[in-house]
Design a protein around this ligand. Structure first.
Ligand code: AMP
Ligand code: MG
Length: 315
């Protein structure tokens, strides 16, 4: 692990080339995707992958999502299926992760899957992520680029706020467009939504041609690492606030008086893109409690409420 300050690389050809070179050398490089900043490491390099767990302080039982430069590349890592082909055609590149049986000849570090016989793969849409993956030419393990359990990073500054000096570099591509982690779809058995995200259950059901099963409908399906407390600010959280109380930092939604507003016009996509950045700012204000106005529970609102309830969960 480097004990020198983390390099901030520009989003140009030279920055991408340097990032790819560091990754090939087994270093950790954070990079922007359309969801959040990922902490990249060569998924085939055992020491590099071990470095991710160490830098994040991530429990070793929590498996990583592997980012690939193309669908062809994904097929070299997992047992592809007709269902995988359908949803990949509909949503890749994009904010959807597929969990499929891992191929015996995938050649990845065992730490990536935390010993499971399935692998989570994603083809991201953000141009900079695509360019980096293409320049690197291989699979990148990429969990969110933050200390484990904390608010996810949607800017390079967020990354540096918890990982400066712990990783080699961050490729600075500005704020992430979607702002919430990918939707995770389990495809090793009956298609199951393992984590809500940028792609909604309704969209998935349409592509599948039948309703997707939700994880809570099937307790037998385990999604490792989906711990109750996550995305936690230092402040305590009070959700579905019907009124504001003295001394709280006020996070609004829709037309209302507040300190920061997820979306004054009530647009859920905009709210998703702002969620983590606003939580970072309100937390930095030093408030003891962050109160959050109700967010409608449909479309991107399902993923927003998932993140909010885990930010508010007892730690
Ligand atoms: P993060 O990288 O922080 O966005 O978290 C990735 C999440 O992907 C983990 O918390 C797991 O729940 C999920 N995940 C990764 N690999 C698998 C897998 N093989 N099966 C089920 N869930 C997985
Ligand atoms: Mg994370």
């Amino acid at each position: 692990m480097p004990d020198t300050p983390t390099l901030r690389l520009p989003a140009d050809e030279a920055g991408i080339a340097r990032a790819a070179e560091l990754l090939r050398a087994g270093e950790l490089v954070a990079f922007p995707t359309e969801t959040v900043y990922g902490l990249g490491a060569d998924a085939r390099n055992d020491a590099a992958v071990a470095g991710i767990y160490e830098a994040k302080g991530r429990p070793s039982f929590n498996p990583l999502i592997v980012h690939v430069p193309s669908i062809e590349h994904a097929k070299e890592l997992v047992e592809w299926s007709g269902t995988a082909e359908n949803v990949a055609r509909a949503f890749w590149p994009g904010p959807l992760t597929l969990v499929l049986p891992i191929r015996w000849d995938a050649g990845l570090s065992d730490r990536v899957t935390a010993g499971l016989d399935t692998l989570a793969v994603r083809l991201p849409a953000a141009p900079l992520a695509r360019e980096l993956l293409t320049a690197f030419g291989g699979p990148l393990a990429g969990p969110s680029a933050n200390r484990s359990g904390r608010i996810s990073p949607t800017t390079a500054d967020h990354v540096l706020s918890t990982l400066d000096g712990r990783i080699a570099a961050v490729l600075d591509g500005g704020p992430c467009k979607v702002g919430l982690e990918s939707t995770i779809l389990g495809l090793s058995g009956r298609p199951t939504l393992l984590r809500p995200g940028g792609i909604s259950a309704e969209q998935l059901s349409e592509a599948l041609g039948h309703p997707v099963m939700r994880r809570q409908d099937n307790a037998a399906i385990s999604a490792p690492g989906q711990t109750a407390s996550h995305y936690a600010p230092r402040a305590r959280m009070r959700l579905n606030a019907a009124e504001w109380r003295e001394g709280e930092a006020r996070l609004g939604f829709g037309d209302m008086e507040c300190d920061l507003n997820l979306s004054p016009s009530g647009d859920l996509e905009e709210a998703a893109a702002n969620l983590f950045a606003h939580l970072h700012l309100l937390d930095a204000s030093g408030a003891k409690i962050i109160a959050v106005a109700p967010v409608p529970h449909f479309g991107a609102g399902v993923a927003i409420n998932d993140r909010l309830s885990r930010a508010a969960a007892p730690r």
